[in-house]
Write a protein that binds this ligand. Structure first.
Ligand SMILES: [Zn+2]
Length: 112
């Protein structure tokens, strides 16, 4: 697997950003929607008098994230127990599949 050197992370979502060698201002965001989300968040911060380091998010968005984290947390606990009790490769594959299934909604939510 070839990996490009990564030295920066998106200011909004934290995903790694490929930094091409050479001159020029390095990118701060991985995609236009992240740049836009960061802009909107900073506008809201300014309007509300909070600092650049603080964010205002909707309760629904936070609840959604917490729900997804809860599913992942439960899967981690299941898989830790399953790995201890695994009798063979298929048990490990099943445990990994469950962990991935629980993790994917979080990854998907980071893509938008
Ligand atoms: Zn991003």
């Amino acid at each position: 697997m070839t990996k490009l050197p990564v030295t920066r992370r998106c200011r909004w979502c934290g995903r790694p950003i490929e930094v091409p060698p050479g001159p020029g201002r390095p990118r701060e965001f991985c995609k236009a929607s992240c740049r836009q989300a960061d802009y909107v968040a900073r506008q809201r911060s300014a309007e509300s008098g909070i600092s650049d380091a603080e964010l205002i998010v909707t309760r629904a968005a936070l609840d959604d994230l917490r729900d997804r984290l809860y599913v992942l947390e439960a899967a981690v606990q299941d898989v830790e127990r399953d790995i201890d009790a695994a009798a063979g490769e298929q048990d490990l594959r099943d445990a990994l599949a469950w962990l991935l299934e629980a993790a994917r909604p979080l990854v998907a939510s980071n893509l938008t």
